[in-house]
Ligand binder design. Structure first.
Ligand code: TMP
Length: 211
């Protein structure tokens, strides 16, 4: 039996990590084998790349280096962890995937959606999630939540203009890829956000004939 690959996307601090825990609990209670993972990271190599990417000391990293490191981590993640889990019948839930690169690097860093899509397609041979949930909330609210006291990592420390640009990028991408992405209103209560997410996940499980 083939598994399902689900990606959760959205601006920094949109509540993805919290909801993933609840989704996992929900699915496990239904005896579904779940694998939770994240990007950048998910593998030993990927987590090392993540450290380089998020290190606030790496101020002089070029946008191109950033995009290539992300794509490299993604390729490793896809082949070493995601694909084998899907092939073994698991439901894989991944915090962030290619849409993050299209929004942050393609639009936020001005590298171009098409250029970033191409390097990612090289890394993951054009593979895509079965379902992408987008946690929709504006960046001003989320960044206050995230950067708060600690000051945030290298990307969170980018100014509000960068995060607004990324957000507008996401909005543009939602128009382009509207067939593949389900929008979650992440301004609602945790309970409602979870309910919206579960509804879409149940639909994809049914559509793919999972169980
Ligand atoms: P996280 O805080 O959600 O774990 O993600 C780390 C940061 O990396 C976050 O600010 C978003 C950024 N990022 C990109 O810029 N491009 C990507 O492709 C991914 C996966 C994350």
């Amino acid at each position: 039996m083939k598994g399902i690959f689900i990606a959760l996307e959205g601006p920094d601090g949109s509540g993805k990590s919290t909801i993933i825990k609840h989704i996992t609990k929900y699915l496990e209670e239904k005896n579904i084998d779940v694998l939770v993972t994240r990007e950048p990271g998910g593998t030993k190599i990927g987590e090392s790349i993540r450290k380089i990417l998020l290190d606030s000391k790496n101020k002089n990293m070029t946008p191109e280096t950033e995009a290539l490191l992300l794509a490299a981590a993604r390729g490793q993640h896809m082949y070493q962890k995601i694909l084998p889990a899907v092939k073994s019948g698991k439901v894989v839930i991944c915090e962030r995937f290619i849409l993050s690169s299209l929004a942050y690097q393609g639009i936020g860093r001005d590298l171009g959606i098409e250029e970033v899509r191409m390097i990612n397609d090289f890394a993951i041979r054009g593979m895509r999630p079965d379902l992408t949930l987008f946690f929709h909330v504006d960046p001003v609210t989320t960044l206050k939540r995230k950067t708060g006291e600690k000051g945030g990592d290298r990307l969170e420390r980018e100014g509000i203009d960068f995060h607004k640009k990324v957000y507008n990028g996401y909005v543009k991408l939602l128009e382009i890829y509207h067939k593949d992405i389900k929008i979650i209103d992440a301004t609602k209560s945790k309970k409602e956000v979870l309910e919206q997410s579960i509804r879409h996940i149940e639909n994809i499980l049914k559509r793919e004939g999972y169980r």
